[in-house]
Design a protein around this ligand. Sequence first.
Ligand code: HEC
Length: 119
Amino acid sequence: MTSKKAISFYLFLAISYLHSCKNQEPCPIPEEVTYSNQIKTIIETDCFLCHAPDVYKTKASRNKIFDYENLKKHAESGVLVGSITHSTGFIAMPYKKGIKIDSCNIELIKKWVKTGMKN
Ligand code: HEC
């Protein structure tokens, strides 16, 4: 009997704890963001449909963003963040009307650009 109560109590604590975390910090952004640790996976998941090395020539008008050097070039010119945030003057990515990538991934990419685009 008491153990059931205890379980409910701990469940309640766990849920409240998770809930409060969610409210305080919507995106878990690490201290250091690097291409190999976070950014590469995002690009592969959300952009490789058109920007992968074997398809970019036909599917992404030759825009290379599939490796560190080329992504960095687009980041330095402001085009990368402009396109994923759908800012005016840039072509909105991932190139599907009204679709944006996960907002926490946008925050990660912004931080990566701000902190010098580490590899
Ligand atoms: C459905 C296909 C598709 C997907 C998915 C896609 N792109 Fe693109 N991307 C394109 C095409 C097509 C162009 C060229 C558009 C043009 O020149 O009219 C392009 C161009 C770009 C450019 C240059 C934009 C400019 O203003 O010059 C960047 C940067 C870019 N893409 C980044 C991304 C990123 C980052 C993702 C993933 C979040 C992504 N793309 C996903 C098709 C795609």
